[in-house]
Design a protein around this ligand. Structure first.
Ligand SMILES: Cc1cc2nc3c(=O)[nH]c(=O)nc-3n(C[C@H](O)[C@H](O)[C@H](O)COP(=O)(O)O)c2cc1C
Length: 973
């Protein structure tokens, strides 16, 4: 609140109040007074007037207290300056000024306002103020000022001069508005605006750029939204799709282009959408007759589709591909024709297969023309048979031979012109129904849509040899037509050559081939020469064909006919009958390897006189002599063809042919010779080898016999010695045992008698009887004796067996009970047959037949039993598959004729594989571990049985045991 109590304050307030811009109206006379003031007026008057006006002002202020209040409390800064004082100082500021600038009245009263300015303050704005002040005019500027603390602020400054009523300038009033915030906001707005504008410009530029790019790219481009509607398309797309943007934007692609439904486009576009993948494909767009390359990119709002016409590239690619296919085909066909198969059909078949493959043709067929029957004969075809039927006008499988009428190929054969299905006009969409050939109508068998036929005659030297037909699904382009022309020619030549070759082969080469193969088949010289002369004679249809062997001699070389073939069996050959030395003129020619070719002996001027005379003497009217020399051995000979009934001209062909045959014969003779020699050498070597082998075997056998007999005789002697040594003491024991038992029986009877008559014996006797356990003794003693008897008997039996086994005393052949020998062997082996803790033992099953005494060397035969039975025990012990009960079954019987004793010793062990069985009786062959068997046992046994004129054999199979069968004659004489 403004207080007016204090005079000074009141003055300040007044000053402040005067700063109010609207105050001018409160000083209506003030300015006027000042303005109208007479320069001569006295100072007193001036003071008086001022005071008066001050009074007025006071009054006005008093009256306008409320207004003053407003001046103080406004938010704008208010400054009043006094222009009458030097430097136009500030004489009043309101509180808002302090608030804005930081300057108090104390700081700034008396100062010029320029102190608010700084280096960034706009000099132009200052200039405007300066000008306005000097002109005493109001001015409004916005300029940058600085607060007391140096902070800048934007000042929107309005300066107004205040005049008195007399238009005298009283004050300047400045009103400051701090517009820093507004300015900043404005600047921000401007910046924002600028940014927005920049962004808009950028977006626009981007749009333009994109549009330019999309327009500029060579690809056609369109965008589809999620409803498959066009949302954008560039002008290339317009051109390619033949529709404008206006026609397409907002329209569904499927409605605008219904032909695309279910096409590759449809599938691929849907694939891009459903799988959210980029797809890239090429497709033929039938409506445009163009190949398009399409790239589809899904994005959040739909699909971007780029596509371009690649028809030209595709076509050139295709034509390149086709050219390469054609060259490959040409090369392949060329090679096939060059190599030639075994048959024409095979060669042509390979070619037609190659054509179908490389041209992707539907059908290729090759017919040869048969002038005899005036027909076309199908040689080969590949591809679809039903198209072949259409081309041939009938079923090709059942009608390989067709007449020239009524078929496409027949038509070509007749016209001898290439026929091509035309692309327009004559092209049979929906197939060939009927066709006019040379005025005749040929009905087609089949209706085949959209196929193209090219058929060309195969002509060689103006002669028709055949027809080729090619059927494709697309029209024939120039390259293919060219190629077909080339092929027609190549096939024609090949067929013609093949036929020519065949004709030749049927004569000359066939003979050569036949002869050569026959000759090669046989390495027998006789057959070779016999075949040669026969074949030649029948081929040349001459009287005689002969083979002459040449025997060299320094002065008198000679000849001999070794083989001949005659036109008739009765025909005589004077040549064969002639004395060798008479044939000297021919022999010389052969010696010099000189061909003699005489068509007519009588007329031939080249023939030397000697030869001429000889031939005439032999009754030969024409002759062809072809000498030969074997390449390896250098032997000489000749084939001579003769005729005895007038002249016989020899053609060059015949001479060539015979020369080739003679060359073959020369080689064959050599081969036969070499073969014969090598056979002789081989025979010699073979006999040497077998002799050596035999000697070796004998050596081995002798060696084994020696070893064994040495061993056996040692063993035999030892066994015999032991048997003898044991025999004597055992005889004592057994001899005395009988007496001992009688004596003991007597003694026991006596004791019994004593007991009966002296029931109460002397105590000493009683004690002794008790001591020795007389009752037990009486009971046990006889048993003891009988057991001793059994033991002694057994010893005696063993000794007997040992003696029986060794039979040293019986070294000669004598009739023997075979069973006895077997039994003694078993007795000796008793220990090995017994069961023990680890082994079940071997059960012996004897199936002895009724045998007479057999003539033999008993000790040797026992040795055989010993070997076989102990081998059997070994086999059972070591058998991998243990039989439930190891058994050796010994069966003896007489043969049906009663002449042979058969002893069969069989075990149920694991048997032997065939390779072991084969070598079983070989000396030193053993299957036992090293050190266990000598490998001699069975080989000796074999020899022993052999010595008895018998047979020892083994029957065995792996897993089924082994049986040794001994067969010996009952009588040895
Ligand atoms: C009433 C009045 C108020 C003024 N207020 C300001 C002000 O707020 N800020 C400023 O820079 N100049 C202000 N000026 C202008 C300066 O005081 C001064 O006139 C200007 O700088 C030009 O003069 P010069 O060339 O002597 O500096 C004001 C002038 C008058 C008469």
């Amino acid at each position: 609140m403004v207080s007016y109590g204090d005079e000074r304050r009141r003055e300040e307030n007044l000053d402040n109040l005067l700063a109010e811009p609207g105050l001018r109206m409160f000083f209506p006379n003030y300015s006027e007074t000042v303005k109208g003031e007479d320069s001569q007026a006295s100072e007193l008057d001036e003071v008086a007037e001022r005071e008066r006006y001050e009074e007025v002002l006071r009054q006005a202020a008093g009256e306008n207290l409320q207004l003053g209040q407003a001046v103080i409390s406004v938010s704008d800064g208010i400054i009043i300056t006094d222009p009458h004082q030097p430097n136009n100082p500030i004489i009043y500021i309101n509180p808002a000024f302090t608030k804005i600038t930081g300057y108090t009245a104390q700081d700034i009263l008396g100062e010029n306002c320029r102190c608010l300015q700084g280096k960034e303050t706009d000099p132009q704005a200052i200039e405007l103020i300066r000008e306005a002040i000097s002109k005493k005019e109001p001015v409004q500027v916005t300029l940058l000022n600085y607060r007391k603390d140096g902070q800048p602020f934007w000042n929107e400054l309005k300066i107004s001069p205040v005049f008195s009523d007399q238009e005298n300038l009283l004050y300047f009033i400045g009103i400051q508005t701090d517009i820093t915030e507004r300015k900043r906001a404005e600047e921000e707005r401007v910046q924002l605006l600028q940014r927005e504008q920049a962004a808009r410009a950028e977006a626009e530029a981007e749009r333009n750029r994109t549009a330019n790019i999309l327009e500029g790219i060579t690809d056609a481009f369109y965008v589809l939204d999620h409803q498959w509607r066009f949302s954008y398309l560039n002008s290339h797309a317009e051109q390619l799709l033949f529709k404008t943007k206006e026609e397409l934007i907002g329209k569904s692609i499927w409605e605008e282009f219904p032909e695309l439904i279910n096409s590759k486009f449809d599938r691929e576009l849907h694939r891009a959408v459903t799988r959210n993948v980029t797809v890239h494909f090429e497709a033929f767009y039938t409506e445009l007759e163009a190949w398009l390359e399409v790239r589809v990119y899904p994005y959040k709002d739909g699909l971007s589709v780029y596509f371009r016409d690649i028809t030209i590239a595709k076509k050139s690619e295709e034509s390149l591909l086709e050219r390469s296919r054609i060259s490959t085909l040409e090369a392949e066909v060329g090679a096939t024709l060059g190599q030639g198969g075994t048959t024409l059909t095979e060669t042509l078949h390979r070619c037609s297969e190659a054509m179908v493959q490389h041209l992707e043709a539907e059908f290729v067929g090759i017919w040869t023309y048969n002038p005899g029957s005036n027909t076309l004969d199908l040689q080969a075809y590949a591809g679809q048979e039903e198209i072949g039927n259409w081309v041939a006008g009938r079923q090709i499988s059942s009608h390989p031979r067709i007449p020239l009428e009524g078929s496409m190929v027949g038509f070509v054969a007749q016209t001898q012109q290439i026929y091509l299905t035309q692309d327009s006009g004559q092209r049979f969409k929906g197939g060939l129904e009927s066709r006019v050939y040379n005025g005749e109508v040929a009905e087609s068998c089949l209706v085949i849509p959209d196929i193209y036929l090219a058929s060309a005659p195969l002509i060689v030297e103006e002669k028709l040899v055949g027809v080729i037909a090619v059927v494709m699904q697309q029209n024939f382009n120039e390259a293919v037509i060219d190629m077909l022309g080339w092929m027609a020619h190549a096939f024609g030549v090949a067929i013609d050559r093949f036929w020519a070759r065949e004709a030749l082969s049927s004569r000359r080469e066939a003979l050569l081939f036949r002869l050569a193969s026959q000759i090669r088949k046989s390495l027998d010289l006789d057959t070779i020469l016999g075949t040669a002369v026969n074949e030649i004679r029948s081929l040349l249809q001459i009287d005689l064909c002969q083979y002459l062997w040449f025997f060299s001699h320094p002065t008198q070389p000679s000849l001999m006919v070794t083989h001949e073939a005659k036109a008739s069996p009765t025909l005589r050959s004077k040549l064969a009958e002639a004395m060798p030395q008479k044939l000297a003129p021919l022999a010389h020619k052969i010696q010099n390897l000189q061909v003699m070719r005489v068509d007519d002996v009588a007329d031939d001027t080249n023939l030397d006189a000697e030869a001429k005379a000889l031939l005439s003497n032999l009754g030969i009217t024409s002759a062809l002599l072809l000498p030969l020399e074997t390449p390896h051995a250098g032997q000489r000979g000749a084939i001579i063809c003769t005729h005895g009934n007038g002249q016989r001209p020899w053609s060059d062909n015949e001479v060539d042919l015979l020369q080739a045959v003679v060359d073959q014969v020369a080689i064959a003779i050599d081969q036969a010779e070499v073969y014969a020699q090598s056979r002789a050498a081989a025979l010699a070597a073979q006999s040497q080898t077998s002799q050596l082998e035999q000697a070796m075997n004998e050596l081995k056998q002798t060696e084994s016999r020696l070893i064994q007999s040495e061993k056996m005789s040692g063993l035999g002697q030892m066994v015999a010695g032991i048997a003898h040594e044991i025999n004597n003491p055992v005889n004592f024991i057994t001899g005395n045992l009988t007496h001992t038992s009688t004596y003991i029986r007597d003694l026991l009877d006596l004791i019994e008698l004593y007991r009966k008559h002296y029931p109460n014996p002397d105590p000493e006797i009683e004690d002794q009887a008790e001591e020795v356990d007389l009752d037990f003794l009486i009971d046990d003693l006889p048993k003891l004796l009988s057991s001793m008897q059994v033991g002694a008997d057994r010893i005696r039996q063993i000794v007997l067996s040992l003696r029986n086994f060794s039979r040293l005393d019986e070294a000669d052949m004598k009739p023997v009970d075979i069973h006895e020998g077997i039994d003694s062997t078993l007795l000796i082996l008793h220990n090995r047959l017994k069961a023990n803790a680890n082994y079940r033992g071997v059960e012996i099953i004897k199936e002895y037949g009724k045998l007479p005494l057999v003539d033999c060397y008993p000790s040797q035969l026992n040795q055989v039993f010993m070997n076989i039975i102990s081998n059997g025990i070994d086999a059972l012990e070591t058998s991998e598959v243990k039989p439930p009960q190891p058994t050796i079954r010994i069966r003896t019987e007489m043969s049906d004729d009663g002449k042979t004793v058969i002893i069969r010793i069989a075990d149920n062990g694991s048997g032997m594989p065939p390779d072991v069985l084969k070598r079983l009786f070989d000396p030193f062959f053993t299957t036992k571990p090293v050190g266990k068997g000598t490998g001699l046992g069975l080989s000796i046994s074999y020899q022993i049985i052999e010595k008895h004129h018998g047979i020892l054999r083994c029957e065995s199979e792996l897993g089924k045991g082994a049986a040794f069968v001994i067969e010996i004659p009952l009588n040895q004489n």
